[in-house]
Design a protein around this ligand. Structure first.
Ligand SMILES: Cc1cc2nc3c(=O)[nH]c(=O)nc-3n(C[C@H](O)[C@H](O)[C@H](O)COP(=O)(O)O)c2cc1C
Ligand SMILES: [Mn+2]
Length: 477
C-alpha cells in the first residue's frame, strides 16, 4: 500500500464523504475569480473542497478548501471531531522518525535554469486587497546553522518574479530565528518549499513545537507512519518524496524586496514592508501534479491554523492539571479558547487558563474555563456557562499587556488621527465559568431524567399529528 499523501487523502475523502468535494471545469482566472467561486460554494457554511481543472495560464489543476473543516481534518487523522484535539495532543508526544527513500514521485519532473517559471503554476491571487499572487500552502524546509537541525514551517510566499518568491517570517517563529542566524553569519540560506501533501504534513509544519525542528517527526506521529523523505536536487536538504511540488531556492544575505500587504487569519489585510526573498533555482513535481492552496483569511486558514494550537494547548494543560477534558479554539474566533475541566481544586482553573496563554502567547484574547458537563465545541453551552456560572467581579482575571506589541490582530495597534499607527500591548481575559466545588452547593440543573429520555423509543411513541386523534374539537367555537 502506498504511503499517505495528498492523493490517498483525497481518495479516502471521496469514498467516505463524496458530497464534500466539488469540481469546476470551466476556465477560471486565478486572479480573484477562483476564490470567488470557492467563497460562493461555502456560503451555506459547509466549505466543500473545490477542484479547478482549468486555471487560466496553467496546465496544472488546483484544489482549495480541501482542509477547511474540522470534520475533514479529523478524517485525515483517523479520528472524530470530539476526539480530534485529544488525539492531536497525545500523538504530539510520540514522534515517529522519517524514512529516507530513493523512490520520489516529486522528482518525476525537474525544471532548472530558464525552465523555472512560477507563472506556469496555478498560484492564485486570493483576496482583493492582497498585494499579489501568493503561495499559501508552502512548507518551507531549512537547516539551522547553529544546531544543524532541520525545521519546517508554513509561511506566506508572494510571487515576485518568474524565479522569485517573498517570505514573511514572524519574528518568534523558528523560520525567522534561523533566517536571522544566516544573516548574522553573512551566509546564504538554502530552502525547499513543499506544496501539496497529506493534511498531517501541513498540520505538523504549522504546529508550534518547543525548540527548532521536529516537524518531520511530528508529521510521522500524525500520519501514524514514517514520513518519506528524499534528497533535494540542488540544495542540501531532505524533502517529502510524495509531495506534489517542491521549489528549491536560496535566500541571499541582506537581500530584501517589498512584500505585502496580505489578508491574514484575523480577516484583515496587513504587514507590508521590506522582507527577505527567495531565488528559486529548481522546480520539481509529479508528472500530473495537483496544486494545493489554502484559502487565506478564510475558514480554511483559521481551521488548519487552529487545530495544531489546540493540540499543543491540550498537551500542555494536561501536564499542568489532572482534570483536563477538552480544548476548543473555534475557527470563527481564533482569539478565543474554551477549556473544559473536571475541577479538583479551585486553583485548577487559573492553572489551566494560564497554561493556555503561555502555550499560545500571541493570539488568544479570551479564555473561558468550564466544567466537564459543558461541550466546548458547542458555543451555546459555553455562553450558557458564562451566563450562569461566571460573576465578573470575582471570576474575571485580566492579564494586562500580555502579548504584543503589534501583531496581526488590529487590536494590537493604536490608530492616530494623522493616519499613522503605533504598536501597543494586548490584554487577555481569563474567565472562570465553573461552578464552585462542594460543599458550596450549586442549585441542581433543571432537566428531565437522562435515563428516562434515553429509554424513549421515539419512532414508536411519537406519531405524526392527526387532528382526528386529538380529543379536542379544533373546529368548535
Ligand atoms: C495558512 C498559514 C499561513 C501562515 N503564514 C505564516 C507566515 O507568513 N509567517 C509566519 O511566520 N507564520 C505563518 N504561519 C504560522 C506558522 O506556520 C506556524 O506558527 C509555525 O509553527 C511556524 O513554525 P516555526 O516556528 O518552525 O517557524 C501560517 C500558518 C498558516 C496555517
Ligand atoms: Mn519549528
Amino acid at each position: 500500500m502506498a504511503s499517505k499523501d495528498l492523493r490517498t487523502f483525497i481518495r479516502e475523502l471521496h469514498q467516505k464523504r463524496p458530497d464534500e468535494l466539488k469540481l469546476v471545469s470551466q476556465q477560471v482566472d486565478p486572479r480573484l475569480e477562483l476564490t470567488a467561486i470557492a467563497e460562493k460554494s461555502s456560503q451555506d457554511g459547509r466549505y466543500p473542497g473545490v477542484f479547478f481543472t482549468n486555471v487560466k495560464g496553467s496546465s496544472i489543476p488546483l484544489v482549495i478548501n480541501l482542509t477547511a473543516t474540522y470534520e475533514r481534518l479529523a478524517l485525515a487523522l483517523g479520528t472524530s471531531v470530539q476526539e480530534l484535539v485529544k488525539a492531536y495532543g497525545e500523538r504530539q508526544g510520540h514522534p515517529v522518525a522519517p524514512k529516507i527513500t530513493q523512490e520520489a514521485p516529486v522528482h518525476d519532473v525537474v525544471l532548472q535554469g530558464k525552465e523555472v517559471d512560477l507563472y506556469a503554476l496555478p498560484i492564485p491571487h486570493h483576496n482583493e486587497t492582497d498585494s499579489n499572487f501568493y503561495v499559501t500552502s508552502g512548507v518551507l524546509i531549512c537547516k539551522d546553522p547553529e544546531s544543524g537541525r532541520t525545521n519546517a514551517g508554513m509561511y506566506r510566499h508572494q510571487v515576485q518574479a518568474r524565479d522569485q518568491l517573498g517570505v514573511w517570517f514572524y519574528e518568534s517563529h523558528h523560520g525567522g530565528v534561523i533566517w536571522r542566524r544566516y544573516e548574522a553569519l553573512g551566509k546564504p540560506m538554502e530552502v525547499a518549499i513543499a506544496i501539496g501533501h497529506h493534511p498531517a504534513f501541513a498540520l505538523a509544519a504549522i504546529s508550534r513545537l518547543p525548540g527548532i525542528g521536529g516537524e518531520f517527526e511530528e508529521a510521522g506521529a500524525l500520519l501514524g507512519e514514517p514520513l518519506e523523505l528524499t534528497k533535494a536536487r540542488t540544495v542540501d536538504l531532505l524533502v517529502p518524496a510524495r509531495a506534489e511540488i517542491v521549489l528549491e531556492g536560496v535566500l541571499y544575505p541582506r537581500q530584501r524586496h517589498r512584500e505585502g500587504p496580505f489578508g491574514e487569519w484575523p480577516g484583515y489585510t496587513v504587514e507590508e514592508g521590506e522582507k527577505p526573498c527567495i531565488k528559486i533555482t529548481t522546480i520539481t513535481m509529479r508528472k500530473d501534479a495537483l496544486y494545493y492552496t489554502i484559502f487565506p483569511a478564510n475558514e480554511e486558514h483559521r481551521v488548519i491554523g487552529a487545530l495544531p494550537r489546540m493540540g499543543s494547548i491540550y498537551r500542555r494543560v494536561r501536564e499542568a492539571i489532572p482534570g483536563l477534558v477538552n480544548v476548543n479554539v473555534p475557527a470563527h474566533a481564533r482569539t478565543h479558547c474554551y477549556i473544559s475541566i473536571k475541577k479538583y481544586q479551585d486553583s485548577d482553573v487559573k492553572k489551566a487558563a494560564m497554561t493556555a496563554i503561555l502555550t499560545e502567547p500571541e493570539n488568544l484574547r479570551f479564555v473561558v474555563v468550564v466544567d466537564d458537563d459543558i461541550n466546548v465545541f458547542n458555543e451555546r453551552e459555553v455562553m450558557w456557562a458564562i451566563g450562569t456560572r461566571f460573576n465578573a467581579d470575582k471570576d474575571l482575571l485580566m492579564v494586562k499587556d500580555w502579548s504584543g506589541p503589534g501583531g496581526l490582530n488590529p487590536t494590537g495597534w493604536e490608530y492616530h488621527p494623522d493616519g499613522s499607527r503605533t504598536p501597543i500591548m494586548s490584554t487577555v481575559m481569563l474567565l472562570d465559568a465553573t461552578m464552585p466545588l462542594p460543599p458550596r452547593q450549586y442549585p441542581p440543573l433543571s432537566r428531565p431524567p437522562k435515563e428516562l429520555v434515553e429509554r424513549v423509543d421515539a419512532a414508536r411513541v411519537l406519531r405524526d399529528f392527526d387532528p382526528s386523534l386529538l380529543k379536542v374539537n379544533l373546529d368548535s367555537h
